[in-house]
Structure formats: C-alpha cells, structure tokens
Design a protein around this ligand. Sequence first.
Ligand SMILES: Nc1ncnc2c1ncn2[C@@H]1O[C@H](COP(=O)(O)OP(=O)(O)O)[C@@H](O)[C@H]1O
Ligand SMILES: N[C@@H](CC(=O)OP(=O)(O)O)C(=O)O
Length: 433
Amino acid sequence: MQYPLPLRIFKFGGASVKDAAAIRNLVRIVQEHGSSSQLLIVVSAMGKTTNALEEVYQLAQAGQDYSEPLAAICDFHQRVAQELAVTGGADDPLEGPPTLTNLLEQVQDKLSTLTAGEFDKQYDQIVSFGELLATLIVAQALGAHWLDCRPLLRTDHTWREGRVDWPTTERNLRATLPEALSRGPVVTQGFLGGTASGYTTTLGREGSDYTAAIFAYCLGAESVTIWKDVAGLLNADPKIFADTVRYPEVSYQETIEMAYYGASVIHPKTIKPLAVRRIPLLVKSFLDPAAEGTRIHDCRHGLLAPAFIRKTSQCLISFESKDLTFISEENLEVIFGALAHVRLKIHLMQNSAISFSVCTDFSAYRLEKLLETLRGQFTIHYNTGLELYTIKNYDAASIRRLTEGQELLLEQRTRQTFQFVCRAPENVPDRLL
Ligand SMILES: Nc1ncnc2c1ncn2[C@@H]1O[C@H](COP(=O)(O)OP(=O)(O)O)[C@@H](O)[C@H]1O
Ligand SMILES: N[C@@H](CC(=O)OP(=O)(O)O)C(=O)O
C-alpha cells in the first residue's frame, strides 16, 4: 500500500498503561518517537485488568457476588480518566466512540444477563472490556481517533482463541484504515476480534502483540514496535534468571522458536505474519525509549548466547497400552485426537515401547476431560506441579547451571535445544536462577 508517510505500528501492553503516569509516558513516547510517520497504536487492557475481569466473570458464572471486584475495576478506570482529565468519549454513541460510562454500564448489563452454558463465548463478551476501556482512555489522552477493531478484524467462532479470517480482515482494514490514518494517529484494541455475526472474540491471552502483527501484515506497515518494561529481547526473563543479556538483533526463525518454547515477552503467533511480509519487529523499553532495544528481522547472525526459558504449572501425562502391546500409530492417533479435542497443547513428548508421555500446561478441567475419554483404552499416570525448562543454543555450562541438584523426570536434546521437566520447588518464592 502507498502511504504519504511510512506506516508504523506501536503496541503498548498492560504494563505500559498500568496507571495515569504510565499513560502520560505513552503520550510522550508517541510525541517523541512517532511523529515522522503515520501511526497505528494497539493497546492492551490496563495493568492486570484482564485477570480482574476473568475473576469477575468466574464469580458471576458461579452465581457468586462479584459487585466488589467489578466496582474496583470501574473505580480504577474512572480515577485514571479523571487524573488524565479525559472525559471518556462522545455523549451520543452514534456520533463517535462510546463514553466510559457507556462501556461500564454495558459490562454490568452483560454480567447480569449471563445464560447457562457457552462459558467461553460469554467469557469473550465480558473480558474484552479491558481493551475497550483502556483504548478509550488512551485515545483521549492522545487526542487520537478511537477505532473499534471488532467489526474489522474478522475471526471464526473459536472463542478465547479466535482464528483470523485473513482475506476478510485484510479487505476490511485496507478499506477503512488509510483514510483514518491520514487524519492522525489511530488507537485500537489488542487481543480482540469479531465474528461475522457480530460477536466479540479474543485471540488468546497476551494476544495483543499478535494483533499488532495482523494490522502490520494487512496494511503493509514499515515496522512494528512493541514497548515493554525490559530493554529488549533478552536471553531469559530477568524476573526469573540472573545476569541476562540483550540480543541486539535476532532472526525471525530464532524468535519464533523462543516464543514457542515459552519466552513470554512475545506472543508466539506474532512473528509469522511479520516474517511473511518481511516487516521488522522492534522490541523497545518504554522506561528508556531512546535505548536501542532489539531488532527482529530477516537477518543472519552467529550463535546467540544460550537462551533460558521456563514454563511453570506443567503436567506430565503418560499413557500405557492396557494389554502391553506397543504404542502404535493407531494408539498415537487416538491420543493426539483426544489432546486436540480438549485443547491441551503438547510442549514435549517422548515414547517408549509401551508408553507415551506428553508435557502440557496443567488444567484440572481439561485433564479430567482427557482422562474420561482415554481411561478405557489406556492406563494413564500423571504428575502435576512441574516445570519445563528449555535451553536454546545450550552448552555444558548452561546445562549444569539449570540441572544441578534437580531430579529430571524427562529430558530431551536436539543439536540446539536441551529440555527437561522437573518438580517445581515447594513453598519457595520465585527465585533468580
Ligand atoms: N526473553 C525475554 N526477554 C525479555 N523479557 C522476557 C523474556 N522472557 C520473559 N520476559 C518477560 O516478559 C515481560 C514483558 O512481557 P509482557 O508482560 O507480556 O508485556 P506486556 O504485557 O506489557 O506487553 C518482561 O517483564 C519479562 O518479565
Ligand atoms: N489484556 C490481554 C491481552 C494482552 O496481550 O495483554 P498484554 O499485552 O498486557 O500481555 C491479556 O492480558 O491477556
């Protein structure tokens, strides 16, 4: 697409809009770093609002009193809006964005009219308000245009993990955005989409990075910048690992693998659309916006410093055939089918003659459904309370650093990657490894 100025996309996550001071910082960043281009700004829910809305929704579903946590969410947004002296939208919703009050009334309304069943569908209708509220406040603080992405970013009906309808989304965005962008910065929601029948969907927790990539792909953006509370893409999460180092430049391939193994700084679906259209992804610090950060793009580089990744709350499930026959392709087909059906993603797998093991995220609900399906055919053992560690580009020292003193329940290595599952330490606070 041709733009009078290059189109850049900025994505601000929960930490970068956690309160009024953070939003003032966002405004400064946009003024100082976004002025030489057309700018689309993708914003997530403020701070931990998505978790708070999940909690309210669960209480409402359970028929319990949710008035206090809901009031806390409403008060919080109203206080931030007041502090920033933003009024919260046009009085007549037909003329422009809704007001903050409109949105808060809508969420209350939806919570009081929940119906039995369709848990995931109703989850999306409620939890999506975090992004709607945040974008309204940020758009007003910036004096920018507020765009409801839901009629444009089309997904199917896979609630809580909407699958993007790329041709329709591209057509919609190309028909709408260039004109809006030519008038100034546009602010829209991360994490949200909409179905053809007008229902809201969400793209999977922490999916706002992915939204930025979807917009970039469809609109042919020059670059995407995700503003984080870290100096860039590091070789490990600095909240868990000591002595981290920043990668100045990383290839798409390497980043996809890190995100896949669980480096939570970038949502795993973000990279592919950018790589396909060769759009660079810049990871920069909103605490030090002038600093270099990390450039993820089509590049070649030498071996990177070993990357350490931890996934918590894991579950190791082993299936044995009941008659001691070999684990066959037919048996594996049944196991994979059941795992897909209950939506348990496999992070690691290993098989022996009569048993097959997988490491997945722990969900009591999904595990129970899996056991119900497969108990008749297999003897199933499982362990919970586990951690999965991955070391990319490992060497002997990095393996020693993580495994010393650990009992490994399962381990696996390829030429570049070493992975193991072990028990999470009991009653030990998060520690720097
Ligand atoms: N390899 C890594 N490099 C940098 N940060 C990482 C890495 N792995 C995990 N993180 C964590 O990711 C966090 C930033 O991502 P996230 O919380 O999703 O940001 P936001 O929600 O603001 O977009 C950091 O605070 C850090 O704790
Ligand atoms: N607010 C959503 C989407 C998101 O991406 O958030 P963040 O950018 O703060 O990770 C969530 O918490 O899942």
